[in-house]
Design a protein around this ligand. Structure first.
Ligand code: NAD
Length: 335
């Protein structure tokens, strides 16, 4: 039996907790969330977990692993405490909004030798993974240029952007990770432009709602990312990878495959509503990978280092956006 604890019973904590208990031989023992309410208490009742406090978790020597799905500003402390207690950790991104802290935490946690997996669920999506595997196999030829669109259906409340890390540290971090996952080469330049075109409230909160980032690698290959808080056709999550022998596309997943044909034309179902629907299977697969990491030591697809490196790119993108100039990036670059 693998005995787990989870911090955070919010939006993503609910998904991870429910996915964890569906896995064979997994027992969710503790749920920690300071906000008493239906989301925490219903989740506890449904999963059979006890509502606990953090100290009880760190003192429970029977535990096999900890899931960190709490608010972003709590990840770093919980990660350190869990690693010090010797528990393998699944940690949601970002590790911290402060890059200095990200690196300090990563060093400290790495020194414990405890395995850590980062919540970059797109790496577990069957389509994104198939693209990566095909490129890695050599069947597609050389990847030269990758284009990614990541557009939310509508803007979040301004209060969310203040605490989440906003367009760069909360959202674009997934795309920076996917660019690294596919390119597998050190990035040489980072150039970002952004505007507030959709939500004046987001602008007042100090963030942008429309962003384009261009990365180049040492050998001159490129990645282009667009992030946007508006998707007129719904959640829009696509990728195009131009390789020397073929082009690989990841399209949006429709809500159904029904096509209605009338004399005036055909209609198809819209894309999955949001990331929670689009990546439902990827969230299940990453939780299974976390349990496999605990049981067999199987390396996860997203590590602590991947969390640090994706965020280092994000920090460069922020500086590029602020200065209007490309950032010359290297393994030694720091914000
Ligand atoms: N990888 C992904 O696809 C993905 C998706 C959504 C969210 N996230 C990340 O997951 C984290 C949570 O996001 P969310 O959307 O679920 O937020 P949320 O606000 O819905 O939930 C966060 C929960 O954490 C709880 N919390 C706060 N402090 C805590 C503490 N010290 N210990 C335990 N619980 C605490 C809050 O009470 C809240 O219930 C964020 O860091 C976010 O960036 C990742």
């Amino acid at each position: 039996m693998s005995r787990l604890a989870i911090f955070g019973a919010g939006r993503i904590g609910q998904i991870h907790a429910r996915n964890a208990v569906k896995l064979a031989g997994v027992d969710l023992v503790h749920i920690v969330d300071p906000i008493a309410g239906p989301s925490r208490d219903t989740l506890a009742a449904e999963t059979g977990a006890t509502v606990s406090d953090a100290e009880s978790v760190f003192a429970d020597t029977s535990l096999d692993g900890v899931i960190v799905a709490s608010s972003t500003d709590t990840h770093a402390d919980i990660l350190i405490r869990a690693a010090d207690a010797g528990f393998p950790v699944f940690c949601e991104k970002p590790i911290s909004l402060d890059f200095g802290r990200v690196e300090a935490v990563a060093q400290k946690v790495s020194a414990t030798g405890v395995p850590v997996m980062l919540g970059f669920q797109r790496r577990y999506d069957a389509s994104f993974r198939a693209v990566r595997d095909r490129i890695a196999s050599g069947a597609a030829g050389r990847l030269e240029h990758v284009i990614m669109q990541s557009r939310d259906p509508s803007p979040p409340p301004a209060s969310y952007v203040k605490t989440s890390g906003g367009m760069f540290r909360d959202t674009a971090i997934h795309d920076m990770d996917m660019a690294r996952f596919l390119l597998e080469e050190d990035v040489a330049t980072v150039y970002a432009v952004g505007s507030c075109l959709i939500s004046p409230e987001i602008g007042k909160a100090g963030d942008i709602d429309t962003l384009m980032i261009t990365l180049t690698t040492g050998s001159g290959r490129m990645a282009q990312v667009t992030n946007c808080r508006r998707g007129p056709m719904g959640y829009d999550q696509r990728l195009e990878a131009l390789c020397s022998d073929e082009v690989l596309f990841v399209e949006n997943q429709p809500q159904s495959t029904v096509r209605i044909v009338r004399p005036e034309g055909a209609t198809t179902a819209p894309p999955e509503n949001y990331f929670l629907d689009r990546f439902a299977q990827a969230y299940r697969d990453e939780m299974a990978a976390f349990v496999a990491m605990i049981r067999t030591g199987a390396a996860p697809l997203a590590t602590l280092t991947d969390g640090v490196e994706a965020q280092r790119l994000v920090e460069a993108a922020i500086i590029s956006h602020q200065t209007g100039a490309p950032v010359q990036f290297s393994p030694d670059w720091r914000p």
